[in-house]
Structure formats: structure tokens, C-alpha cells
Design a protein around this ligand. Structure first.
Ligand code: FAD
Length: 319
């Protein structure tokens, strides 16, 4: 007998973790991702012959099971230890953050560049997924939403009031990120800086990461959620220019007036400010499930933990 089919929407760390563990347990899993590749907020962008980590800069572990997983990824060659800013040991993707999720998604049935717009219940109590081009996928017995909470809500109209109520308690904030490359050699060379102003939450020198050495100094500067919210609708060139100026001011240093590259990216649901206190959400009657960083916190560890806990629970359900 073939096993029941599961659809997972979102190929960030939570969705990939859930997909991988269920696939290894012999379940038939298909992952749908709207971007061209997996990774979500662990992604990197290639520009000017080099790459910029635009989401998470470093992975740390508060709990022993994630610490063990980080060491497995290190052994498998997609992570390397890095001396970041905090006191906890940290790891970075090698040669860029997206190397982790590229590696982790190998062997999965992953459908990229496919944005799911809604779910349809079938006559035999299964689910079809409809993408934004109108294409219908399925049927699936179980559906997992592994997107930010704000992107999951519009997809689960049919779910119970309780699931929707819990999901709407999550608060996610935008994060503007500016990234730039400088010719200068006279800049501070600390790996990761806590900027002086209250507009920036972190500035990371990418060159200091193992495997990311380059002649140009490459920085990623993250605005605070507050600054990001107040400047939500800025054109990205303008956001990049303003964040670069704030950073230059914070660094109190002589800067070349024209960076070789200056750009920005806006994460609309970048950072979780109110999370749930449970591993995942479920509507058992409808066989709809939700996982993501916001279930347990606001970090890659929380995303992994949530995907892992949901996979453990689903392994015990219909085969
Ligand atoms: C700027 C920034 C810096 C950060 N720094 C750190 C850090 O240093 N350390 C750390 O541990 N964490 C950090 N984080 C947080 C960390 O990146 C996230 O907690 C984690 O990556 C979230 O994983 P996830 O799988 O829950 O969600 P996501 O990574 O957001 O994955 C969700 C996926 O769902 C896809 N999707 C959404 N809607 C649809 C749809 N309708 N159809 C198909 N696909 C869809 C998205 O494209 C995305 O790929 C940072 C985040 C940001 C934004």
C-alpha cells in the first residue's frame, strides 16, 4: 500500500526539516516553494561576483539537540564555526548561508517557483493545492504550512477557528537589510558590530566568515524592526542609501563616497516579536498543520525545532 501524501508549503528551515524527517520515515512528501530556491530567511544573494547573506548571519544553539544537528551539518561540510558577536559558539553556512538549505533539501521532492494561493477540499476529504497560475496539485491527505504566520493565515480559510485564533496571536515585524561592498581597507575589521544608533540592530562584515574572504569589504546592515516599520514603503535604493549613511555615521569613519555596490532587501515578515509557546499548530479534523520559527521563538533554531516536533508528531499519524 502506498503511504498518504503530504504537502508542505514553504522551504525554509522549518519546512525542510519537517520534509526531510518525514521523507526519511517513508512518507510521500512534496514541498512547494514560491522562490527560485529553498532557504527562506536563510538565503543568500549573488551580486558583483560575490554573495551576500541577507537573512540569518549565524546559527547558535540553546538546546543540545540543535547543537548536535549543527555539528552534523559541520561534518557534512555545509557549515563552519565562526567567531560572531555573541558569547555562544556560532556557525555559518559555507561558502554562504544558502549552502545549508541547498544541502538539506537534496533528495527531497521540491517544487520551486510555485506560489500556493489557496487550498481546495476534495470530495474524498483530501486537499488540492492551487498555485498562482491556476495549476492544481494533489490530492494530499495532510497539508503543512511552513511559511511566516502572516502568509499562512490567508491559506487556511477552511481551518478551525481555534487554529486561526492561535496563529493570529503571532506578531511578525519587517526588517530592512542594506548590503554593500567597499574598496577601502581602512575600515573596522570586527566581525559583527552592535551599532551605536538605535536605528540599526547589527552590522556584519561578511569577509570575516570562513570561505567568504574577498578583496572588497562586504557588509550587511540590519535596521531595527521599528526603523523598518517607519520606512516600510521606501523604494529599496533609498532604503539602502539611508541605512548606509546611518552605518557610516555609527562607524565614525572616513568612507569612500561611492560603494562599489549598494542595495537593500525588505523582509516583510522578517522578525518574530510575539511567538507561541508550542512546537506546532494543528487542526486534526481537517489534517492541516502549521510550523515555523514563530511557534517557538524567532531564530533558525526555533524554526528547526518546530519542523522537527511536527515531523515527530506526523510520523505517528496515518501511514
Ligand atoms: C535579517 C534577518 C536576520 C536574521 N538573523 C538571524 C541570526 O543571525 N540567527 C538566527 O538564528 N536567526 C536569524 N534570523 C531568523 C531566521 O532567519 C528565521 O527564524 C528562520 O530562517 C525562519 O525559518 P522558517 O522556515 O520558519 O521560515 P522562512 O525561512 O521564512 O521560510 C518560509 C518559506 O515559505 C515560503 N512561502 C511563503 N509563502 C508561500 C506560498 N504561498 N507558497 C509557497 N511558498 C511560500 C517563503 O518563500 C519561504 O521560503 C534572521 C532573520 C532575518 C530576516
Amino acid at each position: 500500500m502506498t503511504s498518504a501524501a503530504i504537502a508542505i508549503i514553504g522551504a525554509g528551515l522549518a519546512g525542510l526539516t519537517c520534509a526531510r524527517e518525514l521523507t526519511q520515515a517513508g512518507r510521500r512528501v512534496t514541498v512547494f516553494e514560491k522562490a527560485r530556491g529553498p532557504g527562506g530567511r536563510l538565503s543568500s544573494r549573488r551580486q558583483l561576483n560575490s554573495t551576500f547573506d541577507l537573512g540569518a548571519q549565524a546559527l547558535t544553539a540553546q538546546h543540545s539537540d540543535f547543537a548536535k544537528q549543527l555539528r552534523v551539518w559541520e561534518t557534512e561540510g555545509c557549515l563552519q564555526p565562526w567567531k560572531g558577536a555573541g558569547t555562544l559558539p556560532s556557525w555559518v553556512g559555507s561558502p554562504r548561508m544558502s549552502a545549508l538549505t541547498r544541502h538539506y533539501s537534496k533528495g527531497l521532492n521540491l517544487v520551486t517557483a510555485t506560489c500556493i494561493s489557496h487550498l481546495q477540499a476534495t470530495e474524498d476529504q483530501q486537499w488540492s493545492l492551487v498555485d498562482t497560475t491556476g495549476k492544481i496539485w494533489g490530492p494530499f491527505t495532510q497539508v503543512v504550512l511552513a511559511t511566516p504566520a502572516n502568509q499562512a493565515l490567508p491559506l487556511i480559510d477552511q481551518a478551525s477557528g481555534s487554529l486561526k485564533r492561535q496563529l493570529s496571536q503571532v506578531k511578525e515585524d519587517p526588517v530592512w537589510v542594506a548590503y554593500f561592498a567597499l574598496q577601502s581597507t581602512s575600515l573596522p575589521t570586527a566581525n559583527c558590530l552592535q551599532p551605536a544608533s538605535s536605528y540599526l540592530r547589527r552590522a556584519t562584515l561578511l569577509n570575516s566568515k570562513p570561505g567568504q574572504e574577498s578583496e572588497l569589504q562586504r557588509w550587511v546592515v540590519e535596521a531595527t524592526p521599528r526603523w523598518s516599520q517607519e520606512h516600510l514603503d521606501l523604494p529599496k535604493g533609498e532604503a539602502a542609501r539611508r541605512l548606509f549613511n546611518i552605518w557610516a555615521n555609527d562607524m565614525a569613519t572616513e568612507l569612500p563616497s561611492h560603494p562599489q555596490l549598494l542595495d537593500a532587501h525588505r523582509w516583510l515578515y522578517g522578525s518574530v516579536s510575539t511567538h507561541l509557546q508550542q512546537g506546532f499548530l494543528e487542526d486534526a479534523e481537517q489534517q492541516l498543520f502549521v510550523c515555523g520559527d514563530f511557534c517557538r521563538g524567532s531564530t533558525a533554531e526555533a524554526a528547526w525545532q518546530s519542523g522537527h516536533e511536527l515531523a515527530q508528531a506526523l510520523r505517528k499519524t496515518i501511514q
